[in-house]
Design a protein around this ligand. Sequence first.
Ligand SMILES: [Zn+2]
Ligand SMILES: [Zn+2]
Length: 310
Amino acid sequence: MRFVPREDWGAPATSAASYLASARGVKIHYLGTAYTSRAHSLCDDYVRSIRATHLADVKENYADIAYTALVCEHGYVFEGRGTHKRPGANGNADLNGRDYAVCALLGSSGLTVPPDAMLGGLRDAIDWLRRDGDAGDWLGGHRDGYATACPGDQLYAWVKKGAPRPSGGGQAAPGDDVYPVRPGDYLSLIARRLDVDWRDLAKVNGLREPYTIYPGQELRIPAPAVREVPPFPGRDAFVIGRSHPAVEQLDYRLIAKGFTRHHDGDGYQPGPRFTEYTRRNVAEAQRSRPELAGDPDGYPGPLTWKFLFS
Ligand SMILES: [Zn+2]
Ligand SMILES: [Zn+2]
């Protein structure tokens, strides 16, 4: 199991949640919001943001992230409240006292098909809770006994099959960042998105002509070459509703850096038009950096441009 303990992603070592001696079993969840696939180096940021959201939830008054564990699309198991802690995600006190809650970083739009590495990680988490957390054999989804779509039809179907480990173990080599291929992806598009040379991408994945890739396949991401920052195109390139080739360059860098939260519902797509979504994603990039956060207006200036290409 590729396990990320709490302290490794920035949570206090022990959860403040109440004690749970044993559980009937494990309930699987998903995010139920838009989620775009990202490099694994950004996954701990994402888990931290979920914890922050839960801690800020006045209605639920959470003492900690609500899940027992979270599993990213790269197959890593992030420790949430952990073993022998009562989860807060199953819907009510009775349900929370009954089963652990494991959440897949899977969206209701964007990344909606669980990649094999994710299924492998979920299987690892279930086995871990049975071994170390006194979880019984019961296995289900959030929707079992509670009115919700969670964990989505795709993942729920797998859970109901008994959560079989995908063939090949569903795990990439340790330390690799991987990119799950989505429908409609092709090699040079992915290379542009990741900002790597498509020939390197083909090479590290052992692909030969005609370079066939398929949805759900996981591509290892080659180390990026040292990049030169292209010249700043000028502020006139970024006007809401207008097109400029630099906007597409900007979009690919926003995707590579993981600033893609705002989009029209179908994942953030690169293109030459500067939209309100582009502006909001740029604003998030600006807020993430102290030197840019003073004026997070979403319109790239030379410093924002430089940061995005760094
Ligand atoms: Zn759920
Ligand atoms: Zn990850």
